[in-house]
Design a protein around this ligand. Sequence first.
Ligand SMILES: [Zn+2]
Length: 239
Amino acid sequence: MALYGDQEIINTDGVLCLTVVAAMIRLRRKYEVPHLKEEGLRRLQRQFPSSLEDHGNLDTDAYEYIDFQVDDDDPRHKSAFSAINLAHECGIQTILPALYLETVGCDLEGMMFSSDELPIPYTALRSCVYGREKLLHAWMNRPYAAPPAVCTVKAQCKAAARPLSKAIRKPPPDLGATLWPWTSFLGTWAEVSALSQGLCKHCQAEFAKVHEEERETHWAVLPSYFKLPAWDDLKDFEA
Ligand SMILES: [Zn+2]
C-alpha cells in the first residue's frame, strides 16, 4: 500500500485519481507521511507545471497525470475547480498559475452561472476572472510577424498575412491555448490554421517564432496576471 511506501505506487508515472492524490497530501497533515505528500505534490506539479517547457510538453487533449473522474458531459472547468479547491485547502501555490490558466479556456458562463454557490474560494475565482482579462488584453496587443529576409515571395506572403493577422486579432476559441506551442495552438483554431497555410515556410516559421517569443514573455509574468506572487515566491505547504 502507498501508506507503507509501496514503490510501485509511489514512483508510478501512470494516471492517479485526484481523490488518491488528495488523500496522499491530506495524510501528511494528520500523520506526517512525507513520501506521500511529496508524491502527491509531484503529481500536481507535473500536471500543472511551473516551467513553460514542461507546460508545452503536456498532452493538450487530456490530463496525463491525474484522473479527475469526470464524465464526458461534465463541463471542462469541473476538473480544474476540484484541483483548485485541493490546492487552496492544502496551501499549494506552485501549481496555481498553470491551474488558473486551465480555467481561462473554460466557458465563463458555465463557470459563473451553473450554480449560485461559490464553487471555489473567492480569492481563486477573482484571480481566474482577472487573469482572463489580462491574457485577452495581452493577446489583442501581440506584435505582428513581418516576412523575414529569406522570404522570396514577399508580395504573395504579405497578401496572405493580411487576413491571417486580422483573424488572429480576434479572441481565440481557447484563450488558454495562446500559451501552448504554435502547432498545438493552431490545432484549436481552424480558421487561423487554414490561413497560415497561405504563407511560405519561412513566413510560417516567423509567425511561429513571434508566437514562441510571446509565450515566453507572458509565461514569465503569468502569476502576476492572476495577482499571485512571482514564480520564485510561490510556496507549498506553508499555510
Ligand atoms: Zn514568405
